[in-house]
Every structure is written in structure tokens, then in C-alpha cells.
Design a protein around this ligand. Structure first.
Ligand code: GDP
Ligand code: MN
Length: 389
């Protein structure tokens, strides 16, 4: 689960990390008022969206007057933000943060991520933080400091101090940065995060150290033990189809391609997406309908898939283990009659009663002319790729 910057700032502030106070508004008028109430001569107006790269996209703006704050907010609320993280269609902005601007001497990057290669949490830090951090990581990996944490002991004091010194801090400032690192690492563990990142952490011209942007993502599987985090969920920022799928107990993630997949089991769904790519296609989604494929679930799954206008074909890949293939075939046919298949649909079934299922599907061809039955997964992927090209 993702949260907004303003929510992450609140959580980090509660964890004892120095974050400048900010206000959040939803209209340009409120932005103007917030500027006056904040009372600083120079302030920063920032779009609150679940995507980074706002600075470069022009959605982080320094303003010197209430009128400028109003104009910046007006622009952001009426234009979709297109950044390296959004795709060309961009995303709409519904909330704006306004805070006193800080006088920056230097920008640093601090973050903790779930490190799948090392099977632990790793700290990442750099003295070259800010909007170019991806380029730095890509072109000059030596400018990135990485410390894996002990899975049980967590971040150790010596690791935090060593990092602070490696970033170039000395004296009291080094202690402050080490303290921030320890607090952020504890926050990551306590809240079951998948990412907790401060970029930039800034050294101000008057020697203060402050977190002025924060990104925090949580592991969905651990949300049940964080009701306070769940309460921060902003459905307006989540893809409408993903919300609908979650309500129907379907595990659905929208992607950029045009070949939709309907699969039972997450591993099989991943394999299906790989095989589609292998044969030159691009998956339009990840969709795991779960173990027992029933007509109602299949109908909702097809509706969700087909409401994505990019979808030009559907590959159904179901393994009948506990659920029998003949019943699955009946469910697919019922779904097809109910929803109407306007695009090619290729079905690959395997498992219990598969012969009976193939007969049932063959007998339904009159009703469902766009449906083809495939022999195996490679055959299915080839058929759907050629049917959609
Ligand atoms: P992001 O681009 O989405 O990561 O948004 P950030 O909040 O990190 O802001 C992008 C950049 O804007 C930062 O790296 C800073 O260079 C600049 N910036 C943000 N807030 C301030 C501020 O208060 N004062 C100054 N001078 N620059 C700021
Ligand atoms: Mn940032």
C-alpha cells in the first residue's frame, strides 16, 4: 500500500525524524489561505500523488506570495502530472501540500528497502540525493552506499555512524544523521514497510538537517496489524479496476500491454505473462482468480478485463486441480454469454477432466465465435499473439 508524502511526513515526524511542518489543501483558494497562515516569505507547493519525479515535472514549485501559491495550486489541480514514473497519460492531482521552503546547502538520499537479493532489509544512502538520484545510481554506482541489515538485530549504531561519516558529515551533524538513520530503520521494521525513503534529506544553509520529501510503501500482507496505516488508505489514488477486483477477491494488477490474462494461481499467472512476452505479446494485466473458479468470479474477471480499452485479446490459462476443468469450462461459457466476448479469447485448460472440458468448449463455438481452444501454453500464447496482431 502506498501513502501520500504528507502522510509519510506525519509518520516520520512521529518517529522523531525532523520534518518541516506543512499544510494540505484541495483547492486553489485554500492554497492561498494556507500560504498566509504559514506566514513564511518563501514556500513550496507540492502535488500529492502516488508517483515521484514531481520536481522535474514542474509539480514542486517555490512561491513568494499567496497569489503565486494560488496559481501554482490551480495549475497542479487542473493538469495531469506526467513524470518518468507515470506513463504518458499522467495522473490527476487532488491534493496539494504547502510548507515553508528551506534554504538548501546540500541534498542527500537515505532509504531502506526490502532487498530480495540478500533476503534482508538494506540501507541505501548517497551524498548525491535529489531529483537525479536514479541517474546517479545508474551511472555512478560508487556514489551509492549500501548496508544490509542483520535480519534480527536490525541497523546497528556503528553502521549508522559509518554511513553518516561516509556521507561527509562530522561532529554533531554526523550524530544527527546517524540518529535519523536508526529511527528510519526502526520505522521500516515497526511498520512493515517495503520502502521507506527520504529524498532529499537536506543540510540547510544554517546547518540544520531536515527531511523534506518522504516516500513510504507498506507490505499489504502485514496491514492487518497496522489499523492506523490502513486508515490512511486513499482509494481516489488507486486504479478503479484494482479496487473493483479486490472487492471480488480477485488479485488484479493493470499493466501496459494489450493481451489480458485470466489465470488461477499467482505463479501460473507470472509464467503466463512470461510466455506471452516470449511470443512477442505484451500482457495487459496480471489476474489471479484464485483456486476454485466459479462463474460469478469469472464473469466479474472478464468484465474487469474488458473495461480496459487497451485489451485486444484474452488468454485464459487455468489448471484444474481441486476445481475440475469441465466445471471451469461451463463457468467460462456462462461468463462469455453474460459478458459477450468482443475480442479473441484463447483458452488453455489442463488437469482433472480436461477431455470433457475440451468437448464442452468445442460444442459452444456457435455461441462464442471468438473463442479458440489451445493445446498447451506455448500454443495458447502463439494463438493469442497472432489473433491480436
Ligand atoms: P520529487 O521530485 O517528487 O522527489 O519531489 P521533492 O519533494 O523531492 O522535490 C524535488 C526537488 O525540489 C528537491 O530535490 C529540491 O531540489 C526542490 N525542493 C523541494 N522543496 C524545496 C524547498 O523547500 N526549498 C528549495 N530550495 N528547494 C526545494
Ligand atoms: Mn523527492
Amino acid at each position: 500500500m502506498k501513502i501520500h508524502e504528507y502522510q509519510a511526513r506525519d509518520l516520520l515526524a512521529k518517529a522523531g525524524i525532523p520534518v518541516p511542518a506543512a499544510r494540505v489543501v484541495e483547492t486553489a483558494q485554500e492554497a492561498e489561505k494556507a500560504f498566509e497562515e504559514n506566514g513564511f516569505p518563501l514556500q513550496v507547493v507540492k502535488a500529492q500523488v502516488f508517483a515521484g519525479g514531481r520536481g522535474k515535472a514542474g509539480f514542486v514549485k517555490l512561491v513568494k506570495s499567496a497569489a503565486e501559491a494560488r496559481a501554482a495550486a490551480e495549475f497542479m489541480l487542473t493538469h495531469r502530472m506526467v513524470s518518468v514514473q507515470t506513463g504518458p497519460e499522467g495522473i490527476a492531482v487532488n491534493k496539494i501540500l504547502i510548507a515553508g521552503a528551506v534554504d538548501i546547502a546540500h541534498e542527500y538520499y537515505l532509504g531502506f528497502v526490502l532487498d530480495r537479493d540478500r533476503s534482508t532489509v538494506s540501507m541505501i544512502a548517497s551524498a548525491e540525493g535529489g531529483v537525479e538520484i536514479e541517474t546517479v545510481a545508474h551511472e555512478r554506482p560508487e556514489a551509492i552506499i549500501k548496508e544490509p541489515l542483520h535480519p534480527l538485530a536490525g541497523m546497528q549504531g556503528f553502521q549508522a555512524r559509518r554511513t553518516a561519516l561516509a556521507l561527509g558529515f562530522t561532529g554533531k551533524q554526523a550524530n544527527t544523521v546517524a540518529d535519523i538513520l536508526l529511527k528510519l530503520s526502526r520505522f521500516f521494521i515497526d511498520y512493515d514497510c517495503s520502502i521507506a525513503e527520504i529524498n532529499p534529506l537536506v543540510l540547510t544553509k544554517d546547518g540544520k538537517i531536515l527531511a523534506i520529501d518522504a516516500k513510504v510503501n507498506f507490505d499489504d500482507n502485514a496491514l492487518f496489524r497496522h489499523p492506523d496505516v490502513l486508515a490512511l488508505k486513499d482509494d481516489a489514488e488507486t486504479d478503479a479496476l484494482e479496487i473493483r477486483a479486490a472487492a471480488a477477491n480477485l488479485n488484479y494488477i493493470k499493466l501496459d500491454g494489450d493481451i489480458a490474462c485470466l489465470v488461477n494461481g499467482a505463479g501460473l499467472a507470472m509464467a503466463t505473462m512470461d510466455v506471452i512476452q516470449l511470443h512477442g505479446g505484451k500482457p495487459a494485466n496480471f489476474l489471479d482468480v484464485g483456486g476454485g473458479v466459479k462463474a460469478e468470479g469469472a464473469i466479474e474477471a472478464f468484465r474487469i478485463i474488458l473495461s480496459d480499452k487497451k485489451v485486444r485479446g484474452i488468454l485464459v490459462n487455468i489448471f484444474g486441480g481441486i476445481a475440475r476443468c469441465d466445471l471451469i469450462a461451463e463457468a467460462l461459457i456462462q461468463a462469455g454469454r453474460e459478458v459477450g466476448f468482443k475480442v479473441p479469447v484463447v483458452v488453455r485448460l489442463e488437469g482433472t477432466n480436461v477431455e470433457a472440458a475440451r468437448k464442452i468448449l468445442a460444442a459452444s463455438q456457435g455461441d462464442l465465435p471468438t473463442l479458440q481452444v489451445a493445446g498447451d501454453l506455448n500454443d495458447a500464447a502463439k494463438k493469442i499473439v497472432s489473433a491480436t496482431r
